[in-house]
Design a protein around this ligand. Structure first.
Ligand code: IVH
Length: 667
């Protein structure tokens, strides 16, 4: 096949799969096959640069750098919505709507109020031309490069779309993406992000589009801007936009509905106030819009918001309590997190004693004074947040809270680098919580997984002067540990066995355990796989580090710097001498027929034991996974496999084979 034709066909096919997966949430291909096709397309485009177009599915992976976001004037202002908080407000608004239109029987479109960042997308001839943030409503910033990486935003439309138009909506970070991101941050010892909304907003303004590409942003569209809209009303416009490939709210999921009565409106509000917790993304209310475009025109706009729409904001359970004091936690990387310690408060079923204040800017924004009464809210995040201060209850002569200038533990002056929100204690080598934090990270389950050791024992060993760096752990003797308080014969035994066992941990776990900044579990795996041993990483140049898949400049610099510090090298030498693994163990494959395939094994087998099956799968390059998902490539079914599994595999289009077929496959 000619390259040009293959590129066209592959692009079309991948676009369709993307749409099914990200817009319709109905996968039509396994991840593995998708990746294979995408890399084939990528290869063809690299070989024939003239065939590469900006709306190619390969262009979603990011990598382009934006030095400065250009200002762009909106074709019509991006308005906000007036807010309401109770039934009476809505009733009043509806009465005004009836008066302004002279129409007694208004029809409303009901939607969720997504808590994200507003975006305006411009399409010409079915292609995404520009994506602009709201800005001040009249002028926003051009974030097209980053928006192109959001998989649910079509780069190319299908169907009977208008030649030129704008469509507006909300970009947001689903809960799952936010949690995944914070989990990685935690592993890397970085301060956590405060909430999905701010993170979405920050991500959209990243200078390197690889960042938005990797974070799983999503987007719902809720407003079609067309000079002469051929459709009668807003609801129909949304349906049409869905036909062209946009992610619009689904009726089936009750994300959007129509109602001709106020009772229907209130019912929709009640329903989502109860159910909002179950949504995979954050909403902060409901938006009610008069459906007919003609009536919308008759009602018109105010300077700030359309008269034809109103937002109903949910009341988050929000109570006030007194601030006892602000304490500051020091992480293993030296990041300082202020924490509000509160008079205990019962909120949404749990007792709240502490709330994160995130950083200095947050404290200043809230304007907290000592012993203030603060309102605390439990939103979508797990950690409760302080939303505002009850000024009426402020004590006379209360002083504003000042962020501490020095480390609460070692009293070194804190630093805050330009562009960073957090303060850091720079005394990495001597600040106690940083020292113990690094050792705790080293022994943690995902690193060296040392049973028998915990945070308390680490502190004890540190305070007894027995350990300062992870390598010291391997010099510990029975005689040294036994005299320590609360450590009986049996516990000492467990510690020593745990340490001995940890020498079998693979290279990537050791690498992760070293706690190199920005080297989380995934990065450690990539480095281990690529370089095979620590020696090669040590001699790698910055350029060769950056060339590794998923390793950006920031990570490369951090690794490079770490491995050029003598103390770190000496620790690695000591660990090598102690017998830790600094080399990736090459798995000798029988074949690569199952290369990268994710395989589920289910049922009872006659020719092979489960373990034998597992070994064979791995020896041929496959990976055994526990349960069936869209990511599964193959299901090996034995006898008595549950019917639910078969149905699930069939629905997801996963190939099912029996034992005999499997043996034939790998033969
Ligand atoms: S309609 C001209 N619909 O809420 C009307 N806005 O406070 C345009 N928002 O700036 C807005 N969900 O960012 C509309 N279903 C929805 C929405 C929504 C969230 C945001 C939007 C707007 C803000 C207004």
């Amino acid at each position: 096949m000619k390259a040009q034709q293959e590129v066209l066909e592959l692009s079309k096919e991948l676009r369709k799969h993307n749409h099914s997966y990200y817009v319709l949430s109905k996968p039509t291909i396994s991840d593995y096959d998708f990746d294979m096709k995408l890399s084939r397309l990528n290869k063809l485009e690299q070989e024939n640069p003239s065939l590469l177009v900006p709306d190619s599915p390969t262009q979603r992976i990011g990598g382009d750098i934006t030095e400065k976001f250009e200002k762009v004037a909106h074709s019509s202002p991006m308005l906000s919505l007036s807010n309401s908080y109770n039934k009476e407000d809505i009733q009043e608004w509806a009465e005004r709507a009836v008066k302004l239109t002279g129409n007694e029987e208004l029809e409303y479109t009901l939607e969720l109020k997504y808590d994200g960042v507003a975006i305006s997308l411009r399409y010409e001839e079915g292609k995404l031309i520009k994506a602009v943030t709201r800005g001040d409503g009249n002028t926003g910033e051009d974030v097209t490069t980053n928006v192109r990486t959001i998989k649910s935003i079509p780069l190319k439309l299908h169907g009977d779309y208008p030649d030129k138009f704008e469509i507006r909506g909300e970009i947001f970070l689903p809960h799952a993406s936010f949690e995944k991101l914070n989990k990685t941050r935690e592993e890397e010892g970085e301060p956590l992000y405060a909430n999905p909304r701010n993170t979405a907003s920050g991500t959209l303004k990243s200078q390197n589009s690889k960042i938005p590409a990797s974070r799983g942003l999503d987007c719902f569209l809720y407003y079609l801007v067309l000079d002469k809209n051929p459709y009668k009303g807003h609801f129909k416009s949304l349906e049409k936009a869905g036909e062209w490939g946009f992610k619009v709210p689904q009726q089936k999921l009750k994300y959007v509905a129509k109602s001709a009565t106020l009772d229907g409106v209130m019912e929709f509000i009640r329903y989502w106030d109860n159910e909002k917790k179950k949504l995979p993304f954050e909403i902060d209310g409901i938006v009610i819009k008069v459906n007919s475009y003609q009536l919308q025109d008759e009602m018109g706009l105010t300077a700030k918001s359309p008269r034809w729409a109103i937002a109903y904001k949910f009341k988050a359970e929000n109570l006030s309590t007194q601030l006892v004091e602000i304490t500051y936690q020091v992480g293993r990387t030296g990041a300082i997190t202020p924490v509000a310690n509160l008079e205990p408060l019962l909120l949404a079923g749990t007792t709240v004693k502490r709330a994160s204040l995130h950083n200095q800017d947050q404290i200043e924004k809230l304007g907290i004074h000592e012993k203030d009464f603060v309102f605390v809210e439990k939103g979508g995040e797990i950690i409760p947040k302080v939303t505002n201060v009850d000024l009426d209850k402020r004590l006379a002569n209360a002083k504003p809270v000042r962020f501490i200038p020095t480390c609460p533990e070692c009293h070194t002056a804190l630093v805050r680098k330009e562009g960073e929100a957090h303060h850091y204690c720079p005394n990495a080598d001597f600040c106690p919580p940083q020292i113990t934090g690094r050792i705790e990270h080293f022994i943690s389950r995902k690193a060296m997984n040392i049973d028998g050791l915990g945070a308390e024992t680490i502190l004890q060993l540190f305070e007894a002067g027995l350990i300062r760096i992870p390598a010291d752990l391997y010099d510990l003797t029975r005689e040294q540990i036994l005299p320590l308080e609360r450590l009986a014969e049996k516990s000492v035994e467990n510690i020593l066995i745990g340490l001995e066992d940890s020498k079998a941990q693979p290279f990537e776990k050791v690498l992760f355990g070293l706690g190199i900044r920005y080297v989380g579990e995934t990065v450690a795996k990539k480095l281990a796989k690529h370089f095979k041993n620590v020696q090669s990483i040590k001699s790698a140049s910055l350029e060769s580090l950056v060339k590794v898949d998923e390793i950006g400049e920031r990570i490369a610099e951090s690794v490079y710097e770490y491995l050029n510090i003598e103390a770190n090298l000496s620790q690695i030498r000591r660990m090598e001498e102690a017998g830790l693994c600094f080399e990736a163990i090459e798995v000798i494959l029988d074949s690569e027929v199952l290369n990268g395939k994710k395989i589920v094994v289910s049922g009872v087998f006659t020719k092979l034991s489960r373990n034998e099956l597992k070994t064979l799968i791995e020896a041929n390059g496959g990976k055994v996974v526990g349960s069936i998902s869209a990511k599964t490539d193959l299901l090996i079914a034995g006898e008595n496999m549950g019917p639910a599994k078969k149905i699930k595999a069939d629905t997801l289009g996963i190939k099912i084979i029996d034992e005999t077929a499997f043996l034939r496959l790998i033969d």
